[in-house]
Design a protein around this ligand. Sequence first.
Ligand code: ADP
Ligand code: MG
Length: 399
Amino acid sequence: MSIMPGAMLGLLGGGQLGRMFTMAAQSMGYRVTVVDPSDRSPSTGIADRHLRTDYLDSDTLRELASTCAGVTTEFENVPAESLRILAERCVVSPAANSVAVAQNRILEKNFLAANGFGVAPYAVIQNSQNSNNSHNLNGALSHKQPELFPGLFPGILKISRFGYDGKGQTRVNNSIELDRAFTGMKREPCVLEKQLPLESEVSVIVSRGFDGEVTTFPVSENQHRNGILDVSIIPARASPAIIQNAREIAIRIAEKLDYRGVLCVEFFVLANGRLLVNEIAPRPHNSGHYSIDACVTSQFEQQVRVLCGLPLGSTAMHGAAVMVNLLGDLWQKGEPKWEQVLRHPYVKLHLYGKLDARPGRKMGHYTVLAETVEAALQLALEIKQSLEQQLLEHRAPVN
Ligand code: ADP
Ligand code: MG
């Protein structure tokens, strides 16, 4: 039975993805209760209700289950246990089991590899004993043991949990650097991954309903800077075979996980056109923000639709789009000059209402719409340059 407009929906996490989910849900007539321990997160100001507690708080979970028809999450590191408890009493999407795999790099890589999805060569690095396919670093490694990880150097050591935007990752060239980096990560479980020469990176947002209906959004080509998504170009400038392959792999991953919800699959594209799965995120994704302005249905409306058991919306795109992230660095000299963005009739500005503009923090984005990718990219980069120009200009001296 579908959950119809007017109902209250629950959301774990109050970040920008939650804000955009809340806006999509409210515009369709739903109400939203957000759980977030902070009182200043992007979605708490606009939600119909805010429960300001930890995600595992038992009163909160009871309250959510009794007042909400369905609960979802915007936040990769939501305790899977919360979703498991809620699922005993109300509709939950995505399920605890899927989230548990996606939020743990070791489980994620092992799941992908075990099911035949190509991933970068990797090894699990952990302190504890005997686990398959894992290497135990109990004492310090010496440079005499490079054979421990044949072919994985130069590599990237990635912490298994709670990493994002390139945080919790260190480049390592040999076993000594590996040991140092592992100690730097407090010897928490990690994955060592071979650093690959990437032709490009692409991602696919796939949505799968409770009835098994599946849609994919157009494939996005993603450019990162300092490990953080910088620019997304849609449709991706890749061959039709790569595009089709990316969509098919994303659907197969959603099916293998028995996933119900919106899932992002990030890929590496190698020079020979081969696709490797980088990681999966159990929620809408930064690389899908373009869908708000460029598609019939946004990734956030699709999240509402899955949760509420509605038929999925069309993911057809109106034209080409380029999305550019606005990081806190841009605020170094005060509020950016938004007229540089707003003066263009086919450019859409989104700001997340965050109060502190720290470097590397995602503050907003803009999406340029055009008939062709080339035209969208050109204008997107011109605007980007004009915003960054402001940082180079000297302030007029104050007497
Ligand atoms: P996060 O969770 O921070 O998004 P990712 O594993 O996706 O972490 O890494 C962030 C970015 O770093 C990737 O999008 C890619 O640009 C680069 N990167 C990560 N792993 C590799 C790798 N094995 N080879 C080359 N580049 C990589
Ligand atoms: Mg990533």
